[in-house]
Write a protein that binds this ligand. Structure first.
Ligand code: ATP
Ligand code: MG
Length: 443
């Protein structure tokens, strides 16, 4: 390998290599199973969309839209493609790599008239998101999310509770147990504007004690001040009016009924009145899950209700709720906890020696692979000692030894590498043994 590679992954992006990919696949596969058990179905979305879609839904004043998007222009019809030598377009349509998946899901819901489907529309999406942030542990420019959304005509608190139940069940299944679920209601269009105004008035009184970000937010988005992590602002924020004291009757009832529903389902949470989330489209229920072992990038899931978002994007009146799990951080937290699943690896290394044994090796390798056993078969002859050495280094659980004795007696020698247990088996016995072993009935 050269000392200094000529090409490297772009800052903020990374390669996920084996064996980590097995963990990722297991994580995503578990999500599919759990989400589908709640009758969610997969939607696959493009990774870039019109910039305006994100500006309108996420909000142009949010960090995501104002500074974190990768935006470029598509070449329009009159321009030659970049591969033909033209530089990037000045006039084509402006698009952005998706920073989140909800906006695209809403766009697809409207575009394909999904409201015509019976009942609630429950969709999940798995894939990469892109944000131009400062890369650090748990924060990347290309990262991965699991998204789930429920859209329909009902905003029953049971829907919110089901989404939270699914989240908790999923985290339990993947062994993410040291987590905290924070819950809040941030009101709706009836009560939030008054609260925000009240907040603005109170913030103006303490303006000179706030940092520049919060000072700016008094004008642009006072709610976001509650999100502040600046230590000198904490005492001031603690004394600010709380949304829970200013919810309208409808929001108050919705929140109370949600909490009853959560109790019924045995879901543990902590109320956090400062949880406002960074996206504009949330109403009423908002939530976040934090996990251990991640330092300051400890949020592994964010979500909430977004009634009215579909309408804002030109669709019919629709209620909605959803969440996004950050896979990179969730998997990091699982790895840090050491609570890892046993994932399938290489089962059998076929050690063959002497040209006449090669045909037998090929035949048995194919049969084993057909029955679901993972097999490595060297394409070149090797001394048994070298074969066993390599089998060991590859982490194979067994070496299958085929020499001239074995071919003559139509048997195989199966050696368990962990304890050197060795047995002579016919082909039938071998298949039988490895299959029952895979089912976990033999050690
Ligand atoms: P944070 O406060 O950490 O920036 P966020 O509020 O911007 O998070 P959301 O937009 O709610 O995050 O996205 C949902 C989840 O996606 C987050 O809880 C986190 O796990 C993950 N996530 C967000 N941005 C990144 C990133 N740049 N790199 C890795 N994961 C991320
Ligand atoms: Mg962020």
């Amino acid at each position: 390998m050269p000392e200094k590679p000529q090409f490297r992954a772009i800052k903020g992006t990374r390669d996920i290599l084996p064996p980590d990919t097995a963990l990722w696949n297991w994580f995503e596969h578990t999500a599919r199973e759990i989400f589908e058990s709640y009758n969610f179905r997969e939607i696959r979305l493009p990774i870039f969309e019109q910039t305006d879609l994100f500006a309108r839904s996420v909000g142009s004043d949010t960090d995501i839209v104002s500074k974190e998007m990768f935006t470029f222009r598509l070449p329009d019809g009159s321009e030659r493609l970049a591969t033909e030598g033209a530089s990037s377009s000045q006039t084509g349509e402006q698009v952005s790599l998706r920073p989140e998946a909800t906006a695209s899901t809403m766009r697809a819901y409207i575009e394909h008239n999904l409201q015509a489907l019976p009942g609630n529309v429950k969709l999940y999406c798995i894939g990469p998101m892109f944000r131009r942030e400062r890369p650090q542990k748990g924060r990347y420019r290309q990262f991965y999310q699991l998204n789930a959304e429920i859209l329909g005509q009902s905003d029953a608190p049971a829907i919110d509770a089901e989404v939270l139940e699914m989240l908790v069940v999923f985290f339990k299944h993947v062994g993410l147990t040291r987590t905290t679920l924070y819950l809040n209601s941030i009101g709706d269009k009836n009560c939030r504007p008054q609260y925000v105004e009240l907040l603005r008035q109170e913030l103006l009184k303490v303006k000179d004690q706030l940092g520049p970000d919060s000072q700016r937010r008094i004008e642009t988005n006072p709610l976001r001040v509650l999100d502040s992590k600046l230590s000198q602002e904490q005492e001031i924020i603690a004394k600010l009016p709380r949304i829970s004291d200013h919810l309208c009757a409808g929001c108050r009832e919705h929140f109370a009924r949600l909490k009853d529903e959560l109790k019924l389902r045995g879901i543990v949470y902590e109320e956090n009145w400062r949880l406002v989330r960074g996206l504009d489209y949330y109403t009423r229920t908002t939530f976040e899950v934090i996990a251990e072992g991640l330092g300051s990038q400890n949020a592994v899931c964010g979500g909430g209700r977004y009634d009215g978002l579909v309408e804002l994007l030109g669709g019919p009146p629709t209620k909605g709720i959803g969440f996004a799990i950050g896979s990179d951080r969730a998997i990091l937290s699982i790895q840090e906890s050491g609570n890892l699943p046993v994932l399938p690896g290489l089962d059998v290394f076929v050690a063959w020696m002497g040209e006449p044994t090669y045909a037998a090796a090929l035949a048995i390798a194919r049969k084993l692979r057909e029955s679901g056993v993972s097999v490595e078969l060297p394409g070149e002859e090797m001394k048994f000692k070298k074969s066993l050495n390599l089998a060991d280094k590859l982490g194979a659980r067994y070496a299958l030894i085929i020499g001239s004795d074995e071919v003559a007696s139509c048997t195989f020698t199966l050696k368990r590498l962990a304890d050197a247990d060795q047995r002579k088996l016919s082909e039938y016995e071998l298949l039988e043994y490895l299959e029952s072993e895979k089912r976990g009935t033999r050690g």
